[in-house]
Design a protein around this ligand. Structure first.
Ligand SMILES: [Zn+2]
Length: 341
């Protein structure tokens, strides 16, 4: 089968022919129909999360959607012929945190799809049955690639930050793959949304996704513009960019009882937080890590019901994945990209 293969952390992908994997006990073999392309894939390929030599060579891509063609011993679900989408975290499923549907915090985590196990930048992929959830009827494969991460993550954020009607939510990186779905999800949870990004194209996309106001950080005083858009102060600031500057901007614009939500994990990045400020305004700082399998299933239902619209702006063949990666690095891709087979 054809595959994009990573041979060293931080290296470019190589387009190669490799053997089709055999599903082991507890696994299912998926004929991949589409796979999402986003910044998270690049962050893992760069070795920002882990640089284990024994995880190489590796086929990246965690937002894969496809049809089950074979199952290993002991697998009842999914069944052959079923269309499935992949859950990103290789969690154990039986520790106390997995049982509480906090799988990203699993005590026996074995890494991630496309990082410690081969992912969807290939024609076939074998994964634990635990990691394969059904795609709701009526959702096409390319659209479905946005569900496992780009839409499930905003659903988790909305619950972590208790977003509710009356809230004003700032989305930092509102034109990006997760941000553009966060704009939609925050609206669905009842909030008014201020989308923040750089450049007209991304801000127009954020508006189209439902942002009530947009702010360009590349022009003028961004903090003043956000404050002007949120009369009584921002209730929730969600940072998908994760730079020292965006974290500072989030903290600066938060109003009373404001919640800062962090999702990025870039090494060496810190933010200055004044306890005085936290106390005076009762500010909360919240970490949000991916989503549970239950949340991913719910995210799929929201798409099937037409309440969240997947934004996949560019679809390419497998050999052209590096072109989408280049656009992600240049920050010019609107929403998500995808590979289709
Ligand atoms: Zn577990």
């Amino acid at each position: 089968m054809h595959a994009q293969v990573l041979h060293a952390w931080g290296d470019a992908l190589k387009y190669e022919t490799v053997a089709v994997p055999k599903p082991r006990a507890g696994e299912a073999l998926v004929r991949v129909e589409a796979c999402g392309v986003g910044l998270t894939v690049l962050n893992y390929m760069n070795g920002n999360q882990a640089r284990r030599a024994d995880w190489l060579p590796r086929i990246p891509g965690h937002e894969l959607v496809g049809t089950v063609v074979e199952t290993g011993a002991g697998v009842e679900h999914p069944r052959v012929g079923e269309r499935v989408m992949a859950y990103f975290y290789l969690a154990c499923g039986h520790c106390d945190l997995c049982r509480l549907a906090h799988e990203p915090l699993c005590r026996n985590l074995r890494g991630n799809v496309g990082v410690s196990a081969d992912g969807g930048y290939a024609e076939y992929c074998a994964l634990p049955a635990f990691n394969l959830l059904p795609v709701p009827a009526g959702v096409e494969p390319v659209a479905a690639t946005a569900i496992p991460d780009a839409i499930a993550t905003p659903f988790h954020v909305s619950r972590r930050a208790s977003i509710a009607p009356g809230d004003v939510v700032v989305v930092m990186g509102a034109g990006g793959g997760v941000g553009i779905h966060m704009v939609q999800m925050a609206r669905l949870f009842g909030a008014r949304v201020v989308g923040v990004d750089v450049g007209d194209a991304k801000l127009a996309a954020a508006r189209e996704a439902g942002a009530d106001a947009v702010v360009d950080t590349g022009q003028g005083d961004a903090a003043a513009a956000v404050r002007a858009a949120a009369a009584d102060g921002v209730s929730v600031a969600i940072d998908f960019v994760g730079s020292r500057e965006t974290l500072a901007l989030c903290l600066e614009v938060l109003g009373k009882r404001g919640r800062l939500v962090c999702l990025t994990t870039f090494p060496g990045i810190t933010a200055d937080v004044s306890p005085r400020r936290l106390v005076h305004d009762e500010i909360s700082v919240i970490g949000s890590r991916y989503a549970s399998r239950w949340e991913m299933a719910r995210a799929g239902e929201l798409v099937a019901e037409g309440r969240i619209r997947p934004v996949v702006s560019e679809v390419v063949a497998l050999e052209r994945v590096p072109e989408l990666h280049a656009k992600l690095r240049a920050r010019t891709l609107i929403g998500r990209g995808a590979v289709a087979f």
